[in-house]
Design a binder for this molecule. Structure first.
Ligand SMILES: [Zn+2]
Length: 261
């Protein structure tokens, strides 16, 4: 853990690749955003070819009603797609791409619970978690080559590094996130849903439901790409009071989404 921190600090200094996440955490993100976004878009296109997209009008309008309310808080163009898949899953890719499975839409009782999931996914994108993970992996695996590529793209070692970046798509953008990334996304998501006028208390209910569902025969897929930790619900609960103030202000401003399944 200490070595990882030290390494991040060193790489930050060497590369000037230091960034600060939305919650103020220092992070190393040296992959070019354009490349990350392109990779995300490409992966999303492949997923759309492999997994049937839901044609259920009710589900699609429910999900886009919620995601529009949330992404309006951060701006930019977002693509949110509902996939016909019974697993309890949702995911985010760089380039503002979000996928929600019909299984998860079925699970939630109300707009606020799904807003918690979508807010969480938007959080992963905003905090550039894929870039950070890939930067860490690339730095560890390719070491100086990648560092050379970024520092001096035209040099011989730089060219080697550029080639190494090309394999990026393989060390998946859909791998499980670390605990730090999960809790950061929870915090960002909680704030976003509250700003959009969704009840932040429902995020706790959602995770309790997920936790109950995971005690069944096969744990929901969502938990394999978004590992659940016993502290998750406590952490969220701790942050609910602050989010409640944001929520009440949003409601007072007239932010009262009314999305129905
Ligand atoms: Zn997550």
């Amino acid at each position: 853990m200490f070595m990882k921190k030290l390494f991040t600090m060193l790489a930050c200094c060497l590369l000037a690749a230091c960034a600060t996440s939305p919650t103020g955490r220092m992070q190393m993100t040296f992959m070019p955003d354009a490349e990350m976004n392109q990779m995300g878009a490409q992966a999303f296109t492949e997923i759309k070819q492999q997994t049937p997209v839901s044609r259920n009008h009710r589900y699609n309008s429910f999900v886009s009603c919620i995601s529009n309310a949330i992404t309006r808080q951060v701006g930019g163009n977002w693509e949110v797609v509902v996939f016909q898949d019974d697993s309890l899953n949702a995911f985010a890719l760089p380039g503002n791409k979000i996928g929600v499975h019909t299984g998860l839409v079925n699970l939630v009782d109300n707009q606020d619970q799904l807003a918690a999931v979508i807010g969480h996914e938007v959080g992963h994108v905003l905090a550039k978690h894929s870039n950070e993970r890939m930067s860490q992996e690339a730095a560890v695996k390719q070491g100086l080559q990648v560092i050379g590529a970024v520092a001096a793209p035209q040099s011989a070692i730089g060219q080697l590094g550029v080639a190494a970046l090309g394999i990026g798509a393989q060390f998946g953008i859909l791998l499980p996130y670390s605990r730090a990334h999960e809790s950061e996304s929870d915090i960002i998501g909680l704030d976003l849903m509250a700003k959009a006028g969704f009840d932040p208390r429902q995020s706790v209910v959602l995770w309790q439901k997920m936790s109950r569902a995971s005690k069944g025969a096969s744990p929901p897929e969502f938990l394999s790409t978004h590992p659940a930790h016993d502290t998750r619900i406590q952490e969220l609960s701790r942050n609910v009071p602050a989010a409640m103030r944001t929520y009440q202000q949003a409601q007072a401003r007239g932010q009262r989404p009314n999305c129905r399944k």
